[in-house]
Design a protein around this ligand. Structure first.
Ligand code: GAL
Length: 540
């Protein structure tokens, strides 16, 4: 009996071991949940500010947790907007530039709450980083309209919408495929896929979706009717990365089409534009007008900027706010000019995968772009790899639970766009705990729009600090090592803090202590590849 007990204990210890002989942190069975459940009383979550351009259709759903039914109202709502009392969805349009401070109210059988909220009518949108879902890390080249609609349904049913998640974005493969001719080795299989065969464009040159997406407008309407926003994907080159039809020489028509269908977000992925920028001729491309060159060795960034300027201009001409997401993996220091071509966010890196090396190499190397982040302009270290991910064949994320806490904490500190990349119909409690912590998400959505940088390196420990609009600071203390680390958070004056500082644990949503910035010290235990995530504010 005794020995059996010992075996069970040993097995349990193995299951939750932190690292193995191969030197990798192993996926632990202990996917421990830190986020406290949201109370049944009403609580309004999400950003404190929303930007819209004059005349554009307005759509904002008040994100609120608490028991349903809930009744919503908005005090001082400017003329032109209405709120649906049942859903909290605010719609309409605002004609003139200006700023309105409104009060959002939510009420259920257990209580009432309200929150001040700023509506800024101006030239800029995405005043806080976009939050939503994208099809790529889950469905990749297999995506269908049904997948996208069920992701939208799940966004609502899972309650994620109540925490501010709202974009539902289809990535590559809503268009027809270029076919075998000229297709790269990895595109050949898709070239034969019968669901991707058909006209690239109609006789007038307007894009034709593939048979998996029979009704793009209907799909966008479906998403909007849930109070969510819709996004899609193209490339400035003739073909997308997967080899489907893209926007080259049809940029204006495409921008108009996206607006007509009702899309709110465009990810614009460089890929085959290389052929154009370098002066090579792509199969099926007959005339290539002069464009500025961008190829290896080019130093003048104009060739890299040019195609984004073209699309950025056409998107802005639409009577619709379409968030412009540049995807060109950080070429030509995109953070320096992305905003000038009406970009709202830009990828700073290549594609992420669900392993420690990929996530940490990307996440811990974002400092050079940090000074360029601001409301409306976000550095994008790529999409989230938590939950069931797998590019067409899903599996639970290969990141350990602690690595996933690191991933979400770091992306929030980096003020990154947060795009969930998993199968939304298979959200487990651990993943929901990662995505539904309003105090953690508030760091990402902070209206000051600052991006954290690394302020201290001590062995395997990295300290990231982010300035917040309320004068507080968020601190992520990460452990890049393979075993848990004991470490002291002290001498806070080196991080620009003075006086008594109030410390709150964001994942646990718990007040910890008041420490003196000069003489105080907070002993921490940081799990292997894990994080301690705090907010510090001047103590009262
Ligand atoms: C890549 C891009 C991915 C995904 C893919 C689609 O270039 O980085 O996020 O969009 O193309 O083919």
């Amino acid at each position: 009996m005794k020995s059996r007990l010992l075996t069970v204990c040993l097995l349990l210890a193995c299951a939750s071991q932190l690292w193995a002989a191969d030197g990798k942190v192993k996926s632990s069975d202990a996917a421990y949940i830190l986020t406290p459940p949201a109370p049944a009383t009403p609580r309004i979550n999400g950003a404190n500010v929303f930007g819209v351009r004059p005349g554009s259709p307005f759509l904002y759903t008040i994100p609120a947790t608490g028991a349903r039914p809930m009744e919503f109202s908005v005090q001082d709502l400017p003329a032109g907007l209405v709120v649906d009392a049942k859903t909290g969805c605010i719609t309409g349009a605002l004609k003139n530039k200006g700023e309105f401070v409104v009060t959002l109210h939510a009420k259920n059988s257990l209580g009432t709450t309200d929150k001040k909220f700023r509506i800024v009518v101006g030239d800029q949108m995405a005043l806080t980083p976009p939050m939503g879902w994208n099809s790529w890390n889950c469905f990749a080249n297999k995506v269908t309209e049904a997948d996208v609609k069920s992701a939208a349904d799940a966004m609502v049913k899972s309650g994620l919408v109540n925490h501010g998640w709202n974009y539902i974005n289809v990535d590559d493969f809503w268009q027809n495929h270029r076919g075998k001719e000229g297709a790269s080795h990895r595109q050949v299989k898709d070239a034969e896929d019968p669901t991707l065969q058909g006209a690239f464009r109609d006789v007038k040159g307007f894009i034709v979706p593939n048979s998996r997406f029979p009704d793009m407008k209907g799909m966008a309407d479906y998403i909007h009717n849930l109070g969510l926003k819709a996004g899609l994907y193209s490339s400035p080159g003739p073909w997308t990365c997967g080899g489907c039809t893209a926007s080259w020489q049809h940029e204006q028509q495409d921008a108009e089409t996206y607006a007509k269908w009702g899309f709110d977000y465009l990810k614009y992925d460089w890929c085959s534009y290389s052929e154009i920028a370098s002066g090579r001729k792509s199969k099926g491309i007959t005339e290539t007008p002069e464009v500025p060159v961008w190829k290896s060795g080019t130093t003048n960034p104009e060739g890299a900027i040019y195609p984004y300027r073209v699309m950025g201009k056409f998107l802005r001409e639409q009577n619709r706010d379409i968030v412009f997401s540049l995807c060109q993996y950080g070429m030509a220091d995109v953070w320096k000019w992305g905003g000038s071509v009406n970009g709202n966010c830009w990828r700073t890196t290549g594609d992420i995968r669900d392993n420690w090396k990929s996530m940490s190499d990307i996440g811990f190397n974002q400092d050079q772009a940090a000074p360029f982040a601001k409301p409306g302009n976000w550095n994008d270290p790529d999409m989230l790899v938590v939950g069931q991910v797998g590019w067409g064949k899903t599996h639970p994320s290969h990141l350990t639970p602690d690595e996933q806490y690191t991933h979400i904490s770091l992306w929030c500190l980096l003020a990154a766009p947060l795009l969930i990349g998993c199968d939304m119909t298979k959200l487990d409690n651990f993943t929901l705990n990662l995505l539904c912590n309003d105090e953690v998400l508030a760091i990402d959505q902070d209206e000051l729009g600052k991006q954290a940088t690394c302020v201290l390196k001590d062995g395997d420990v990295r300290v990231y600090e982010k300035e917040l609009a309320d004068g507080g600071r968020a601190f992520g203390i990460f452990n890049l090592g393979l075993t848990s680390a004991n470490w002291d958070l002290k001498a806070l004056t080196q991080f620009g803090l003075t006086g008594k500082q109030h410390v709150r644990d964001l994942w646990r949503q718990k007040d910890l202590a008041d420490v003196d910035a000069a003489s105080g010290s907070l002993p921490l235990t940081i799990p292997a590849h894990g994080v301690v995530f705090y907010k510090l504010t001047a103590a009262k």
